[in-house]
Design a protein. Structure first.
Length: 204
């Protein structure tokens, strides 16, 4: 299966730091193809940012999927080599990606070899939860370090691990493992009646 990229925010996609460039290279390498296409599901005001990110990745063919899911949207999403779920309001994001046809298209396309990238709320939507796509086996929270991951802690159960991705960081889920990029990730597990916190450190 292709890797899934989970970003707390979009800064790494434009960063000149080594881990920013490495992340872009990994996404582009995973996408492959000489002339790949990308699809974006997110807030309308984020389309310009999506276009800039695709320029940085060298992907010219792209489409922002509209809130009113059309036949053309469906055709483009089901053919996309890269699917990006953007940030913004989480509830509106779930309305956009949780609808039957859209959810089915994302899942099928991933199984066929597309690369998934979730940014902020988009990363949360790729995790587990009552309103999430469950593409990675963790509850995800993004850039919530200032409130000590308060909401994420409520999601941790005996069977659910919580992963907090701080501002400026990302995680790559591949082959059953989670790799931090840029900064340590926060891992929350339930032990007895307590939630235990540990750090997942990036490779040097």
């Amino acid at each position: 299966m292709q890797p899934i990229f989970l970003l707390a925010d979009s800064s790494l996609l434009f960063s000149n730091a080594a881990h920013g460039g490495a992340l872009r290279d990994r996404i582009r390498s995973a996408v492959g193809d000489d002339d790949p296409s990308a699809a974006f599901l997110g807030e309308p005001e984020a389309v310009e940012l999506f276009d800039a990110a695709m320029d940085a990745l060298g992907i010219a063919k792209r489409r922002a999927i509209g809130a009113r899911y059309s036949a053309m949207d469906d055709m483009c999403l089901r053919a996309a080599d890269l699917i990006v779920l953007g940030g913004g309001d989480l509830a509106r994001g779930w309305e956009r990606v949780g609808a039957g046809d859209v959810k089915d298209a994302i899942t099928r396309r991933y199984l066929e070899g597309a690369v998934l990238v979730g940014v902020s709320a988009g990363a949360i939507l790729l995790g587990v939860g009552s309103e999430a796509l469950r593409m990675v086996p963790f509850a995800i929270e993004a850039h919530a370090e200032e409130d000590d991951w308060r909401h994420l802690r409520t999601l941790v159960t005996e069977s659910t691990i919580g992963i907090g991705i701080p501002f400026g960081a990302a995680a790559v889920y591949a082959d059953g493992t989670l790799e931090p990029i840029g900064k340590p990730l926060v891992e929350l597990r339930l032990k007895g009646s307590s939630v235990v916190e540990s750090l997942l450190l990036p490779a040097l």
